[in-house]
Write a protein that binds this ligand. Structure first.
Ligand SMILES: Nc1ncnc2c1ncn2[C@@H]1O[C@H](COP(=O)(O)OP(=O)(O)OP(=O)(O)O)[C@@H](O)[C@H]1O
Ligand SMILES: [Mg+2]
Length: 380
């Protein structure tokens, strides 16, 4: 079973959209897919896939002893696709007890399917990180804004520390060293994991070997969503660069997705976009990602982990160019056939101006934070 947890760090970048539509795209090829809403505390996947009515979900399973795990694996309107809903309005699910988390993970691992797709919540809580680490090949969805990229990076940084903590128990020489570092918050700010590993290797080689082994099997995959123009594609390379440089972690680029208003119409019609308009540039981008996953299915781990990842970034840049052209062609067509009215065009320009003003605000905020950080000596 291929387990695909989907995380982002920042909220609202498109995890649930990718999870739902990718699950349907894979199910359409005849593969058996189970889609799970693990955004406990903020579950909304049922709305995206049009699963209405009161749903038994993970919340029910955790609180009602008469509900078995099989009971919450629900049929959907889509062939080959099963669904597990989230907290189903059961309060207190956002922070799971360790035993609850273990129970969920154990039951998920028992599922018999080709793909298990896990839609995770935003942020870097321990629950989210542990669900993400159910596979070494989770997806990170991000968007071209600076905050989204920063949060994606911080998510990966937290993941690296989670693995470090798992590999170096508290009383081991490495664990003691890490604990001392944590107390000195300043040195944590400037962390450079490849250097840290060199130090840990000298004082605790045995556990360091464990860490290196885990890291060898960790190759998250990136999706850059909400693209506006081809040059946005460069943001993915920046994220990859930082995570390689500072965390010693490399990522495959799984593909770009442009922001597309067809999604709003799809939501209003209560249909996932790959069903609402399979031919749209947005849906095609999802199918392309599904194809890449399928291509990788039969590759052995050795081959998979030695693939030249540079190519995946080059490929994504080409996709960004060609999708942009398709979008422009589509817009031209709409204008030519007068399917788009002047008032709709005005609305589009207005919403773009709103986005620009939001970005400007974000920019000012970050500059202020940066200035504060420089003053405190955190940034050189
Ligand atoms: N490529 C896209 N084009 C247009 N709209 C999009 C696109 N991707 C996502 N959206 C919209 O952006 C909003 C946020 O997307 P989504 O809910 O999938 O994000 P999320 O990362 O799951 O958020 P959360 O962290 O809150 O769970 C939704 O309204 C969704 O329809
Ligand atoms: Mg979501």
């Amino acid at each position: 079973m291929h387990i695909i947890p989907i995380a982002s760090g920042k909220g609202g970048v498109g995890k649930s959209l990718v999870a739902a539509n990718l699950a349907i795209a894979l199910a359409q090829t005849g593969r058996k897919v189970v889609l799970v809403d693990l955004d406990l505390g903020g579950s909304n996947l049922h709305v995206i896939i049009g699963q209405m009515g009161s749903l038994k979900g993970i919340g029910t399973f955790m609180t009602d002893i008469d509900t078995s795990f099989e009971d919450i694996i629900l049929k959907t309107n889509y062939e080959n696709l099963l669904f597990i809903a989230g907290e189903a309005e059961v309060p207190g699910m956002a922070n799971l007890k360790v035993t609850q988390k273990k129970k969920i993970i154990t039951n998920l691992l028992k599922i018999d399917a080709d793909y298990l797709i896990l839609d995770l919540g935003a942020g870097t809580s321990l629950d989210i990180m542990d669900f993400f680490l159910m596979s070494g090949r989770g997806l990170i969805v991000t968007s071209p804004t600076l905050t989204a990229n920063l949060n994606a990076y911080l998510f990966l940084k937290n993941i690296s520390f989670r693995i470090l903590n798992n590999c170096f128990p508290t009383k081991s020489p490495g664990g003691v060293f890490l604990e001392k570092m944590k107390k000195d918050g300043h040195s944590m700010q400037r962390i450079y994991i490849p250097k840290l590993i060199e130090q840990l290797d000298a004082i605790d080689p045995e556990n360091c070997q464990k860490y290196k082994k885990t890291l060898d099997n960790l190759k998250p995959r990136l999706i850059l969503n909400m693209m506006e123009e081809p040059k946005d594609a460069a943001k993915a390379s920046k994220l990859r660069h930082s995570s390689r440089e500072y965390l010693g972690l490399d990522m495959e680029h799984l593909g770009v997705i442009y922001r597309d208003d067809v999604q709003i119409k799809a939501l209003n019609s209560r249909l996932p976009v790959v069903k609402y308009k399979p031919g749209s540039v947005l849906s095609q981008a999802i199918f392309r990602i599904a194809d890449k996953l399928i291509e990788e299915e039969d590759l052995d781990d050795d081959v998979l982990f030695s693939v030249d990842l540079d190519n995946t970034y080059k490929e994504a840049e080409l996709e960004a160019e060609s999708d942009f052209e398709s979008r422009m062609e589509y817009l031209n067509e709409l204008l030519y056939t007068e399917n788009i009215s002047v008032s709709e065009l005005i609305e589009t320009v207005k919403s773009q101006q709103y986005d620009i003003s939001q970005l400007k605000k974000e920019n000012v905020l970050i500059k202020t934070k940066l200035a504060e950080a420089v003053k405190k000596g955190f940034v050189v």
